[in-house]
Design a protein around this ligand. Structure first.
Ligand SMILES: [Zn+2]
Ligand SMILES: [Zn+2]
Length: 101
């Protein structure tokens, strides 16, 4: 039966919510390594809004722990932790993605 989401996000720890699979090591970078994490949609989108696949590898953000300790991402986590699991808050884009003014 579909319907009630029952997952827990490995990054922000909120539950219950629907989770999506994130490849911690992008397929074109990691060869045989196929580690994945189950993330809520908000965290998953935030990762890809903040970092390119190259960034994830270059910055070493290929584990859940590394993402949680990344300065940019940890400030996001503090914020999302206060949001209700069912909500889909508007994402704040990083300054990099937004570009200079
Ligand atoms: Zn999350
Ligand atoms: Zn992903």
């Amino acid at each position: 039966m579909k319907g009630q989401p029952s997952g827990t996000c490995e990054l922000c720890g909120r539950s219950p919510l629907a989770t999506t699979v994130h490849h911690l090591v992008p397929r074109e970078k990691g060869g045989a390594l196929q580690q994945t994490a189950l993330l809520c949609k908000a965290c998953h989108r935030q990762i890809h809004a903040l970092y390119t696949n190259d960034d994830l590898v270059v910055l070493g953000l290929t584990t859940v722990e590394a993402l949680q300790h990344d300065p940019q991402f940890s400030s996001y986590l503090k914020w999302i932790g206060k949001q209700a699991p069912g909500s889909e808050p508007k994402l704040r884009k990083s300054q990099r993605v937004r570009g200079k003014r």
